[in-house]
Design a protein around this ligand. Structure first.
Ligand code: ITT
Length: 201
């Protein structure tokens, strides 16, 4: 089974290689490098579907796309779908984290609750399956925002996110620990039966 992964985020690719590799050892994951669609959805699910549809249409293969981010309770679920570009289009992960910490400077625990969300869209093109197929799964990982970044694993907001049940940040967890319980792993586990079903057809 060959799965096209529609993301340009190398960290997501690495996590999916592990997450999929453990649960579907016979699957081959290849990165999509075709034309980029405009991500103009207003929800994680819409954006994930936009990316997966483009990859499936262009490659004729089974495509997966991930749209994800962090939502902070007291910020009305911001940054949300804007997580990757919270401090500006080219600002990068460190500037995004710094801005979010600044915006949270008036809030102490227990008012620093947040969660990671990941939506994965699965799109099977018509050429592979009569009528094609689309499926969307979501995973959520709750935690608390730290006051300062800690840890060197992971990416994005991992250094400032302490998952519930841990006193360390997601960037201090070993990659295999993060990939066992993260929003991305939970979304993939929800999607797995559907992926196995379409792969068997
Ligand atoms: P693609 O659209 O090419 O997949 P992207 O990074 O632009 O890459 P998103 O629009 O889905 O993807 O933004 C996801 C952002 O949310 C990501 O850049 C991080 O800032 C944050 N994020 C998502 N999952 C995360 C995780 O597991 N750990 C830390 N931050 C995460």
């Amino acid at each position: 089974l060959e799965i096209v992964l529609a993301t340009h985020n190398a960290h997501k690719v690495a996590e999916f290689q592990r997450i999929i590799g453990e649960r579907m050892p016979h699957a081959t994951v290849v990165s999509y490098d075709g034309p980029e669609p405009v991500e103009d959805g207003v929800t994680f699910a819409e954006n994930a579907l936009i990316k997966a549809r483009a990859a499936a249409a262009h490659t004729g293969r089974i495509a997966l796309a991930d749209d994800s981010g962090i939502v902070v309770d007291v910020l009305g679920e911001a940054p949300g779908i804007l997580s990757a570009r919270w401090a500006g289009h080219k600002a990068g992960d460190e500037a995004n984290r710094r801005l979010l910490l600044d915006q949270m400077s008036d809030f102490a625990r227990p008012n620093r609750g947040a969660e990671f969300r990941c939506t994965i869209a699965l799109v099977v093109p018509e050429g592979l399956l009569a009528g094609g197929s689309e499926f969307v799964a979501e995973g959520r990982w709750r935690g608390t925002l730290a006051y300062e970044p800690r840890g060197s694993h992971g990416f994005g907001y991992d250094p400032i996110f302490e998952p519930d049940g841990h006193e360390i940040t997601a960037a201090e967890l070993k990659p295999e620990e993060k990939n066992a319980r993260s929003h991305r792993a939970l979304a993939f586990v929800e999607l797995l039966p559907e992926l196995e079903r379409v792969a068997a057809q």
